[in-house]
Design a protein around this ligand. Structure first.
Ligand SMILES: CC(C)(COP(=O)(O)OP(=O)(O)OC[C@H]1O[C@@H](n2cnc3c(N)ncnc32)[C@H](O)[C@@H]1OP(=O)(O)O)[C@@H](O)C(=O)NCCC(=O)NCCS
Length: 225
């Protein structure tokens, strides 16, 4: 596509530094793309909130931005966990709605996937956001829980590149302030609370819950960067 450039973005030491302008612009574009998908800015971060994740030495990341006429219109993330034995990478590609279906997402993907494969990584993982009310055919999760809209741009994009769905995560929204007693549990659930040691009759359930929370995707979402 003519006029398109893709370049690595240097992470500033502080959002107050003179060279933080690109990071600030990238954050705005990131927030707008994600709000366009989910329908609100609930997941947005300020550049100051986002920066620490980009400076975390335990989860090294590289950030690439696509520009058209000098303005950022998309971004790609390459993220790994440290350790010689780690053969996987997390990739993320986002393109502003007004600039899609012109090959920008594909070019960003090729940039970060090329780095991952060049490093000998054999497992590429990605995360997409979807609206719960999207219609059309579904792609079922192999875990047996949940599904995503098969024809969403993100699902199509990843399926076309050989990805397959591994797991679905649901985001729920609770308007605050709320106190536990005021929150109506969803159908099929009841709410329990206690102070102090866990009651004997709940110990086994709590052990199952804690084990699940260490393997379910709750700690690893696209929100981190
Ligand atoms: C998924 C996403 C990154 C794709 O970005 P994009 O810039 O539209 O990507 P491309 O243009 O390279 O490809 C998208 C589609 O446009 C088509 N296309 C590419 N160039 C085209 C052109 N010149 N004319 C018409 N169609 C074109 C591609 O074949 C592809 O078709 P498909 O939707 O049937 O698979 C974008 O929709 C997005 O940001 N979604 C939200 C974030 C997300 O889900 N990311 C997923 C990866 S983590």
């Amino acid at each position: 596509m003519s006029g398109l450039t893709i370049a690595e973005l240097a992470i500033p030491a502080s959002v107050d530094d003179a060279d933080a302008g690109d990071f600030i612009e990238m954050t705005r574009v990131r927030n707008e793309i994600e709000a366009d998908t989910v329908g609100s800015f609930d997941l947005s971060c300020t550049p100051r909130e986002l920066l620490p994740a980009w400076q975390d030495p335990d989860e090294p990341k590289r950030l690439f931005v696509a520009r058209v006429a000098g303005r950022i219109v998309g971004r790609a993330v390459h993220e790994v966990q440290i350790g010689e034995e780690v053969k996987s990478a997390w990739l993320e590609v986002e393109v502003a709605a007004a600039h899609r279906r012109r090959g920008i997402g594909g070019a960003l993907f090729d940039t970060v996937a090329g780095i991952a494969t060049g490093e000998g990584r054999t497992i590429l993982q990605a995360f997409t956001l979807h609206r719960a009310d999207a219609g059309g055919p579904r792609l079922d999760s192999p875990t047996g829980y949940g599904s995503v809209p098969r024809d969403d741009a993100g699902a199509r994009f990843l399926l076309a590149r050989g990805f397959r769905l591994a797991q679905v995560e649901r985001m729920s929204r609770l308007l605050l302030p709320a106190v536990a007693g005021d929150v109506p549990p969803p159908a099929g659930y009841s709410l329990e609370s206690w102070a102090g040691p866990t009651p004997e009759r709940r110990l086994a359930d709590l052990a199952v819950l804690n084990a699940a929370m260490s393997t379910d995707p709750c700690s690893r979402t696209t929100r981190s960067c």
